[in-house]
Design a protein around this ligand. Structure first.
Ligand code: PLP
Length: 343
């Protein structure tokens, strides 16, 4: 079978030997009875890292975001988010299906929405004929904007706006680890501004499955109920929680390498006239770039023939994501393939 350098996503990583060993030797119990010691250890460790009272292990980032939104809202409520937010673009319309709520997308810049942009979209409480604004959501790093970091000053300003209007504040921190390593701001500092946080173990951190949601004890108690109601109560799930715990303890700091790899690729791409890239947007492990002479479909096919897998970002854009299974050597090879295809 042909071996590809796979930069379609940071979700394609496979567990390392050491991670598999941790999974193999995990102590397990029935997590629906909250008796799986490895799940409990993961939740406690993650809550500590995030500086929250409690945390809950869930199967995916989508499940994490959607449980959080469900707990924070009632049917017919509205969640304000950026137009390119994952919850708006990529979660299969599940806010409507699972919680009976709607999203209010606001145009942003590189994934960032400011209080000035948000405030006009907050519904007046006197308007009984309108949905109720209930939550403001932001994403950090921002996937569709190209892994951009949400500035902490804006996170704080939006929190103040949320407080002013008595709204909850949710963080889709699928890649909060990348934001933290690149900005030097701790995940605890980021998380401290939000009522609820969702973050992935199975992206840059390299675990095969799982996400964490965190918040107050009361919030997590309700999230536990919703997870069960949605069929997410699993039994001897310590087998996979062990991978998540291993990832949190071993794979955060190394994300800096992935960011370095992304910058190396961005430099090469910027030198190719038939490609367009905003290098200032390459802040973590995601690269979004535009083929100017061929279609995205053709570009993906040609790169594949050369041994490189890329994916489509927004319409007309290519996406590459660096991760722990793409070595520096692979990045050198990637540069060559890109030069061959696009020069
Ligand atoms: C920002 C963001 N949030 C949530 C998710 C959903 O994660 P999952 O694929 O584990 O459901 C993703 C996945 O790419 C993401 O990029």
């Amino acid at each position: 079978m042909k071996k590809y350098i796979d930069l379609r996503s940071d979700t394609v990583t496979k567990p390392t030997e050491a991670m598999r060993k941790a999974m193999c030797s995990a102590e397990v119990g029935d997590d629906v009875f909250q008796e799986d010691p490895t799940v409990n250890a993961l939740q406690e460790y993650a809550a500590g890292l995030l500086g929250k009272e409690a945390a809950l292990f869930v199967s995916s980032g989508v499940m994490g975001n959607q449980i959080c939104l469900n707990v924070l809202t009632n049917p017919a409520d509205e969640v304000i988010c950026e137009r390119d937010a994952h919850i708006f673009q990529y979660e299969s319309g599940s806010p409507a299906v699972l919680s009976g709520i709607q999203l209010m997308p606001v145009d942003g810049n590189k994934g960032v929405i400011t209080p000035e942009q948000i405030e006009p979209f907050i519904r007046p409480t006197s308007a009984y004929y309108m949905p109720r604004s209930k939550v403001i959501e932001i994403e950090n790093t921002h996937n569709r904007a190209g892994g951009t970091i949400h500035p902490i000053e804006n996170i704080i300003k939006v929190k103040e706006l949320a407080k002013k209007y008595n709204l909850f504040y949710h963080l889709d921190g699928a890649r909060i680890w990348n934001a933290s390593v690149a900005s030097g701001i701790s995940v605890k500092e980021y998380a401290s501004h939000f009522d609820s946080v969702s973050c992935c173990l199975s992206k840059g951190l390299g675990a095969p499955v799982g996400s964490i949601i965190a918040g107050s004890k009361e919030f997590v108690k309700e999230a536990f109920r919703v997870r069960k109601a949605w069929g997410g109560g699993m039994r001897q799930v310590g087998i996979i929680a062990a991978a998540g715990l291993y990832a949190l303890k071993n794979n955060i700091e190394r994300l800096a390498e992935d960011h370095q790899k992304a910058k190396m690729l961005a430099e090469t791409i910027a030198e190719i006239p038939s490609l367009e890239i905003d290098t200032a947007s390459v802040q973590t492990n995601i690269l979004i770039f535009k083929p100017l002479k061929i279609s995205v479909e053709d570009a993906i096919t040609k790169c594949k023939a050369g041994g490189l897998l890329l994916s489509e970002g927004k319409v007309g854009l290519l996406r590459a994501i660096t991760h722990l299974d793409a070595s520096f050597d692979d990045i050198e090879k990637t540069k060559k393939i890109i030069k061959n295809v696009f020069n």
